[in-house]
Structures are given as structure tokens and as C-alpha cells.
Design a protein around this ligand. Structure first.
Ligand code: NAP
Ligand code: MG
Length: 404
């Protein structure tokens, strides 16, 4: 039997580091690859399986290998992974924590906007981007369960042998908890540089907030570094571009964001970014309507979904039920990585393909075909229809073929 002539595939020149993950996102990952990417692209994929089973089998070495592969090839794309909790026999650190600690850098998150999904906050007219510091603080901490009375101390022992600095944190009269966190001037400076660069690039104002009224040394250091960096390297450029750098306290920032029009880059400390990006994602429609990229100061890029492995849906899937989980963030992780690969390799066709795939996905939603999370928040329209994940991806594929 003769087959219809297949269109020739687009060649993605450089190597793309593919990091597979867990549960429902692993299921969707495979569908996205098979239906939206592999039929059209010739890719050099270097595959790392960070599914929990393989992390167990390799004693988590695979996570370190994946981080090193991104350092070698420059661009990675990552599926969501389970962060093991205390109930497990083998407990690995968070894979995202390991990779972010290896690459340093800042995670930039932006909402994926469509015309028929209005943000929950009425005043938001433009996207709010988040720049999340991806190094240190509580994500690289040490903590102690204090069993009973005793002194909890913070101690710094200088490498040159001079007198240590020791502070009492708490004189415990009974059981409690104790935690030590850190950050470095180097990492905070690269966080600041990454945010100033990104905001100027997008021509949007930069907001930054800490709790330096309470944390007079730790948070204050973040504020100082941003201010010094601004005065030294950005003030002139920002004034020429007509954008501002605005610092305020974190609680004031939250209050102002809710009343703003949007349209800023909000630089967030690690924990603030973790929490607030989920809030923003939901307010813009769904956790799955958010792009996320880790930009390292050494020029490495890791694209991912901002949400987790969608465990509740996976348990339904395991029972044989079809689910309406949303693959948008996974698709945009791939298109983000492909666009970056194309830019670095000087292969405009790859960039163009990724743009067409993004547009096909947006068109599908704007035509009323969507997953359950979106149907709940979409502007009511008789043509709106909730579909299963696989049917949603097929609908995107149909739009994509028309564009190619
Ligand atoms: P989650 O996977 O983000 O899901 C939380 C809820 O948000 C889901 O139950 C679902 O709500 C909704 N949701 C998230 N993504 C969705 C999507 N693509 N389509 C439709 N609905 C979506 O968070 P979790 O359940 O707290 O965490 C599960 C696992 O993921 C944990 O092991 C956690 O450690 C891990 N995690 C990994 C990453 C990462 O690798 N980047 C990030 C966060 C969490 P409904 O149930 O109401 O439909
Ligand atoms: Mg989070």
C-alpha cells in the first residue's frame, strides 16, 4: 500500500535535554510529544527519566545528571515531578530544588492569556510576570526538631580562623523547631540582574518587595543589592525606556497588585514566588495557564510547567477513567524550549514552528474547546465544550496542521 507523502520534518539542530516526570503530567507529556512534536520535528533529545521509580533506582543520581546535561547543552525541558514526602522509604530532595541549586538563577513565570478567559481580578488588564529567585532560603535549609529544653544558636565560623559570631535564636524551655537558611551576595546579585534585564527587555516596570522592616539584615541585604544594582547599571536605561523600579514591603506589594492594571515584572524572593505564582496562575484561569522558565546567570535555560503532577487526576486515570487535565503549561514548556533552541542555533524554522503550535493551542481554547479547569472560568458561550485531555490535544493538532 502506498502512503501519502509525509511532509519533511523540521530539524532542531542543537541538543535538547528532555526531563521526564511523574503521574498525570508524565501521561500528558507522552501525548504532547507523540501528537504535537514528533510528527513534525527531527529532534536530538537527551532523555533523563526523573520519574520517582528511576530516581529510586539511581539513588537520585539521575537528577544531578540532568542538571549537568542542561549545563552542557544549554536548554532543557522538564515535566513535573513528585517531591517525595516523609511517608516514603527513600526520601530524595525536591528535584526542582536540586536542579535550581545547580543552575542558580531566576524562574520567570507569565500567564498564558486568551480572549475568552478573563482574569479573576477585574482590574488586571495586562499580564503580571513573576521573577522568582530560585536559589536558597527555605529551599536549601537545615532544620532541627528540638526535642526538649536547650539553646538554639546561629553560628558563623570565618574561614580565616578569626572569632566566630554566635547568636542565640531561642532558649527552649520545651520541645519546638529550629531552622537555618542562607543566601549569597552572588546569587542575589544575579537575581537582581536577571530581573532588571527581563523587565527592560519586556519594557515593563520592575517591582520588588521584601520584609526588611522585620528582617533587618537578611531581607535588607536583598533590598540593598537591588538598589545598588539599579543605581549602578539600570537607572539611565530605565528612564530612557520610560519604566520604573519600584520597591515596597511585601504586604504592601500584595495589596497594590490586587488593585493594579497588571503589566509589571514582580521580582519575588524564593518562597514568595512559590506561593504567589500559584495565586496568579489560578487568578488568570488555571495553574496550567502559566509558563515557567529558569534562567541561569551562566546562560542556561530550563522550561517547565509551573504546576505539579496533578495527582488527583492521575488516580482517576489509574482507575481507567478519562480525565480533562490541561496540558497547556507542558505544551508551552516545549515551545519555550524550542524557541530558545532555535534562537541559539539560528534556526528560524524551529522558532516559527513553536509559535504556530502556541497559536494553535490558543485558537483551540478561543474556539471553545477546552479542559474542565478552563470551562469553569471561561466567558459563557454556547459553543464552549469540555473535552478530555487527549481530545483537546487532537483538536490542537488539527489547528496546527492547518497552520503548517
Ligand atoms: P498540582 O499537581 O499542581 O495540582 C493541584 C490541583 O490543581 C489539582 O488537583 C487540580 O485541581 C489543579 N491542577 C493543577 N494542574 C492542573 C492541570 N494541568 N490541569 C487541570 N488541573 C490542574 O499540585 P499537588 O497535587 O499539590 O502536587 C502533586 C505533586 O506534584 C506533589 O508530589 C508535588 O510535590 C509535586 N509538585 C511538583 C512540581 C514540579 O515538579 N514543578 C510543582 C508543584 C508540585 P482539581 O483537582 O480541582 O481539578
Ligand atoms: Mg508552588
Amino acid at each position: 500500500m502506498k502512503h501519502a507523502k509525509e511532509p519533511s520534518k523540521i530539524n532542531v539542530k542543537g541538543t535538547l535535554v528532555e526531563i521526564d516526570g511523574d503521574e498525570m503530567t508524565r501521561v500528558m507529556w507522552k501525548m504532547v510529544k507523540e501528537k504535537l512534536l514528533l510528527p513534525y520535528l527531527e529532534m536530538n533529545l537527551e532523555y533523563y527519566d526523573l520519574g520517582l521509580k528511576h530516581r529510586d533506582e539511581t539513588d537520585d543520581k539521575v537528577t544531578v545528571d540532568a542538571a549537568n546535561a542542561i549545563k552542557k547543552h544549554g536548554v532543557g525541558v522538564k515535566c513535573a515531578t513528585i517531591t517525595p514526602n516523609k511517608d516514603r522509604v527513600k526520601e530524595w530532595p525536591s528535584p526542582n530544588g536540586t536542579i535550581r541549586a545547580a543552575l542558580d538563577g531566576t524562574v520567570f513565570r507569565s500567564p498564558i492569556l486568551t480572549t475568552n478567559i478573563p482574569p479573576a481580578v477585574r482590574s488586571w488588564k495586562k499580564p503580571i510576570h513573576i521573577g522568582r529567585h530560585a536559589y536558597g532560603d527555605v529551599y536549601k535549609n537545615q532544620e532541627i526538631r528540638v526535642p526538649g529544653p536547650g539553646k538554639g544558636e546561629l553560628c558563623f565560623r570565618p574561614a580565616d580562623g578569626s572569632t566566630p559570631i554566635t547568636l542565640t535564636i531561642q532558649d527552649f524551655k520545651g520541645p519546638g523547631v529550629l531552622q537555618g537558611i542562607h543566601n549569597t551576595d552572588k546569587s542575589i546579585t544575579s537575581f537582581a540582574k536577571a530581573c532588571f534585564t527581563y523587565a527592560l527587555d519586556q519594557k515593563v516596570p520592575l517591582w520588588f518587595a521584601t520584609k526588611d522592616t522585620i528582617s533587618k539584615t537578611y531581607d535588607a541585604r536583598f533590598r540593598q543589592i537591588f538598589q545598588e544594582e539599579f543605581e549602578k547599571n539600570w537607572k539611565q536605561k530605565y528612564s530612557e525606556a520610560g519604566i520604573e523600579y519600584f520597591f515596597t514591603l511585601i504586604d504592601d506589594a500584595v495589596a497594590r497588585i490586587m488593585k493594579s492594571e497588571g503589566g509589571m515584572l514582580w521580582a519575588c524572593k524564593n518562597y514568595d514566588g512559590d506561593v504567589l505564582s500559584d495565586m496568579l496562575g489560578s487568578a488568570y484561569g488555571s495553574l496550567a495557564m502559566m509558563t515557567s522558565v529558569l534562567v541561569s546567570p551562566d546562560g542556561y535555560f530550563e522550561y517547565e510547567a509551573a504546576h505539579g503532577t496533578v495527582q488527583k487526576h492521575y488516580y482517576k486515570y489509574l482507575k481507567g477513567e478519562k480525565t480533562s487535565s490541561n496540558p497547556m503549561a507542558l505544551i508551552f514548556a516545549w515551545t519555550g524550549a524550542l524557541k530558545k533552541r532555535g534562537e541559539l542555533d539560528h534556526t528560524p524554522k524551529v522558532v516559527e514552528f513553536a509559535q504556530k503550535l502556541e497559536q494553535a493551542a490558543l485558537d483551540t481554547i478561543e474556539n471553545g474547546i477546552m479542559t474542565g479547569d478552563l470551562l469553569r472560568v471561561a466567558t459563557p458561550n454556547p459553543k464552549n465544550k469540555q473535552v478530555y485531555t487527549e481530545d483537546f490535544i487532537d483538536a490542537i493538532a488539527a489547528h496546527l496542521i492547518k497552520k503548517l
